[in-house]
Write a protein that binds this ligand. Sequence first.
Ligand SMILES: [Mn+2]
Length: 424
Amino acid sequence: MKLDNQTIEQHNRQFVEKHQRAFSYTAENIANVEELLDKLQQFQIAIPSWALGTGGTRFGRFSGKGEPGTLEQKIEDVGLLHALNRSSGAISLHIPWDIPDDAEKIKELAASHGLGFDAVNSNTFQDQPGQEHSYKFGSLHHVDPKVRKQAVDHNIDVIKHGIALGSKALTVWLADGSSFPGQLNFREAFQNTLESLKEIYNHLPDDWKMFVEYKAFEPNFYSTTIADWGQSLLLASKLGDKAYTLVDLGHHLPNANIEQIVSLLLMEGKLGGFHFNDSKYADDDLTAGSIKPYQLFLIFSELVEGMDVRGIEHATGLGWMIDASHNLKDPLVDLLQSVEAIKIAYAQALLVDRKALKEAQQQNNIVRAQEILQDAFRTDVRPLVAEARLRQGAAINPVALFRELDIRNKLIEERGSNTVATGL
Ligand SMILES: [Mn+2]
């Protein structure tokens, strides 16, 4: 299913007058509104191939209908999202769930939807059919060199698939860890991981990045071998200039100050990428901005400040991706909501009066500092985000158009009720 421009224009005509009034009201108080709109238009958030199907829980999976059953259909789904919001211009593939039979054909299909390929993701957290050695006790950190070699070879294979598709980054997330005290020698596990990552790093093309993702818990519950940003930064620093830390919002211990982590990683030039989601308790993988929108804003505020200080291009300097998986909402609607929430937080962060904030900090004027941040956060920037979309030929209200066109039922007609997307 492909949306044409006429359908979108027709939808926009219903909303455009109301939108113009709201936009004029918001825009008149913003000095650099054109610059801000340009930045919003450029900012793209990659969609992971595993978020297009209904996610499971530890206890069950309640499949939706009309899920994309093939890589081609996954690309079509991201194409639909991108047509609706013009902000989801890339797909991030997971290997081996999404190995293309014909990389050139897949590239052409993606290009026909205006999509590129974001980071490729390896998987050594589960065994694949016919695999010689098991990852039950870990992969890159494993005590057995044969298991480590198998996991290294898999990552090298993932890089090759990525090269064929035009990706520029490899994301490594490991489930490696221990669930009981005494199970692991922490130092040896870390050193094995480092040696394995070095071998993978040696196969990275010059213009590629390696993202080392950390997670404090799950599926192992006593220790994880790359548990936090310190351990990831240590590995990335030892590996070299092409290795970076990747921050996934759901991978921290409760109440961690993620905005401070982001700030310091940017200071060190080692923040590579970002996985957006939201959570109440742990790695809940809920819609971005659905639980803690103020935290998302504070994180973006540090991102914008830190990128500006280092002269990093907002849209392209870091890898921006959603990493969430839903078991209740329609995955496509959920992704539209996540992208919208991310762009709202970004727009609010762009509104922060940096000069005034700096002055307030120098004077220890904490009341003023809070006012400045909250002024930006409490500005209704939705008309700005909608205006950016309108200028790009996207829908003023993507979720409304999704509903209006009855897109899910059309996908069910096309694909049937029983298709199941590969993934979690
Ligand atoms: Mn992640």
